[in-house]
Each structure stands twice: as C-alpha cells, then as structure tokens.
Design a protein around this ligand. Structure first.
Ligand code: 3HC
Length: 320
C-alpha cells in the first residue's frame, strides 16, 4: 500500500475527529505536526511555570507578614506542581524530561516573556498574582477543552489553583491600593511597570502568529491571541478602576459601539527582544535555573539508583 496515501487518509480522519470535538489520547495515531506543536507548547508552558517561580520566590524571605509568607510559599509550590503536571503531559507524547530540560537550558525552548522582568519590591510580587495569574487563567480556561486529553485534564486542576492565585493577588493589591499614600504609590508604580508586559503575554498579534491557524483547526487553541488579549483588557480595566489605579496607557479608550476597551499601540520590538533573550532578567533567570539543575544532580541520581534497586528487588522476589 502507498504509505503516503495511507497517511493522507489517516490525516483526514484525524482532522475530522478533532473537528467533531473528539479527544486525542497518547496512544492514538496523530499527525507529526500535531505531536510536535503540542510538545513545543506544553513544554514551553511547563518551563514558564518553573522559571515563573523565581520572581515571586525572590520575595518569600521578605514577605511583610507571616500570613503573606505562607500564602506566597503555597503559591510558588503550586507553580512547581503545575510545571510537573505539564512535563508529565508532554512526556506522554514521547519526549523525555531530560530532552525538555536540555532544550530549556540550551536556550532552544522558550518560556513566557513575562518572567524576565524584575520584582523590585513587594508590590511587584503581589501584582504578579493579579495581572500575571489573571492573564494565565484567561489563556488557560479555554485550554481545558484542548483536543489533547492529558493537556486539557492537567489544565482543569491548574486553573482551579490559578483562580486562587489571582484572587490572593487582587486582595493583596487592594490592601496596597487602599492603604497609606506610600502603599498606593507602590501599587501604581508596579502597575506602571507590569502593565505592558502582561498585555503582551498573550503572544504576538494574530497577523504575526504562525501557529494560530493550524492549532485552531486542531482545537488546541480556542481563541486567538488578540481575542484573549481583548477579554483580559475588558476584565482588568474594570478591576484597576475598582482599585483606584490608573492604567499607564494614555490612548486607552472605551468603544461605545463594540462595548470593548481599546488599547493604545503595543511595542512588539520590545516583546521580541525579551523573547530572544534580551529582557532585563533573561540571563539571571537562566543562570539560576542552570544552578538549580546542577545542584539537583545528586537527587536525580539517587532517585534513579533507588528505582534500580527496587526493580532488582522486585525481580528477585518474583524469581523466588
Ligand atoms: N513569551 C514567549 N514566547 C512567546 C510568547 C510569550 N508571551 N507568546 C508567543 N510566544 C512565541 C511562541 O512560543 C512562538 O514561538 P515558537 O514557534 O518558537 O514556539 C512564537 O512566539 C509565535 O507565537 P504564536 O502565537 O504563533 O504561538 P502559539 O500559537 O503557541 O501561542 C501562546 C502562544 C498563546 C503562549 C500559546 O503557546 C499558549 O497558549 N501556551 C500555553 C500557555 C502558556 O504557555 N502560558 C505561559 C505563561 S504560564 C504562566 O503564566 C504561569 C502562571 O503560573 C503565572
């Protein structure tokens, strides 16, 4: 049989299956492109969760109260858990954890642009909960319906935890924004610095998003980058108003006809510079990640040695 013919038929059947909302499981046949784009997206998503622990982790030892410290520790631990679910989901597609780690550490794989900005003071740690986790949920709720089963299922739990993260961030911002004039100034300063990076988290404009068309057809993506950015803008402008903070966009306006907020121009050169490794903290983030990887070598070796010992013991017991 002509293999290319068979592939074409399989591909057509696959496309029809996902178009009809069928869920794809790891052992099912899938086109190479589907597998590749999922490994790319899920592993980048996992790397973002892991690198994303750094800017907030920076404030654990300096949190302003025991209560804030406990909340922050729990949140940063949750992010580690999200990274692990996601690496596991990617592994079901045939890539190993070592390969994913190598791709991150060598700079081949990306992680979210947002985690390359510094957390200079406590308000920065708090605003990540409000703005960054708020953007993460906006992007990830539709991913719960992703056609690839393991990714969608991981997202259900991740979104529940992200909802708590977003609320604790908003509550923390409320305390600052309604606090002393100095606290309010800190909250506004953090918003001034984090606004544009958060808006750009959703990725390049649709006209400049090479993966969108195919991944929408494959029901990996349910909304385009610009559609999600719009949903987020409409939600966050209201929240900023309730906090009494000013969004640092002089061109931001409400369009009465469409009922949507319209953003001013976004600096995409700045975004691509960050994505390509030249943001304020890219080098620091990667150096820190490499050190953690090196320091963890003995743990990985011990885990492998223990697994081998256990397997040997099990085999001996079976043989006896
Ligand atoms: N940062 C870095 N790179 C980005 C980016 C961003 N904010 N947005 C897009 N890119 C990259 C893409 O990865 C792609 O590069 P590649 O071809 O080398 O992989 C390129 O820019 C073109 O973008 P596309 O729009 O064509 O790419 P996608 O269709 O994959 O859409 C996405 C980008 C919307 C980020 C999508 O990949 C996605 O939904 N990913 C899953 C969610 C995710 O990774 N979120 C990251 C934040 S996680 C987080 O915030 C954790 C929380 O706990 C705070």
């Amino acid at each position: 049989m002509d293999v290319h013919h068979e592939d074409k038929d399989m591909r057509a059947r696959f496309d029809a299956y996902v178009a009809d909302e069928g869920k794809v499981e790891p052992k099912d046949w899938m086109p190479d492109g589907y597998r590749k784009t999922l490994v790319r997206q899920i592993s980048q998503h996992a790397h973002s969760e892991i690198i994303g622990m750094q800017p907030e982790g920076n404030w654990i030892s300096r949190a302003p109260s025991l209560r804030r410290k406990m909340i922050l520790i729990a949140k940063v631990q949750d992010e580690a858990g999200h990274g692990l679910y996601l690496y596991s989901a990617a592994e079901t597609l045939g890539v190993t954890r070592d390969e994913m780690d190598e791709a991150l550490l060598s700079g081949k794989a990306k992680y979210s642009s947002i985690f390359n900005y510094p957390t200079l003071n406590w308000a920065d740690a708090v605003i990540i909960g409000w703005l960054v986790d708020g953007a993460a949920i906006t992007n990830q709720i539709p991913l719960c319906r992703c056609s690839f089963g393991p990714y969608g299922r991981a997202m259900v739990r991740v979104c529940k935890e992200e909802a708590f993260h977003q609320r604790q961030g908003y509550e923390g911002m409320m305390v600052l924004a309604k606090g002393t004039p100095e606290q309010k100034a800190m909250a506004q300063d953090a918003l001034n610095r984090w606004w544009w990076p958060a808006i750009k988290m959703f990725g390049p404009p649709d006209s400049d998003s090479p993966h969108s068309d195919q991944n929408t057809l494959w029901k990996i993506k349910r909304f385009s980058n610009d559609e999600l950015r719009q949903k987020y803008l409409d939600m966050v402008v209201k929240q900023a108003n309730a906090l009494g903070l000013t969004i640092p966009d002089p061109d931001l306006k409400f369009d009465e006809d469409t009922g949507h907020w319209v953003s001013g121009p976004m600096d995409w050169d700045e975004f691509w510079a960050v994505v390509k490794g030249n943001g304020p903290c890219n080098r620091q983030r990667m150096k820190h990640r490499q050190k953690a990887h090196d320091d963890g070598l003995w743990v990985r070796e011990a885990a492998v040695a223990f697994a081998e010992k256990q397997a040997k013991r099990n085999n001996q017991q079976k043989a006896a």
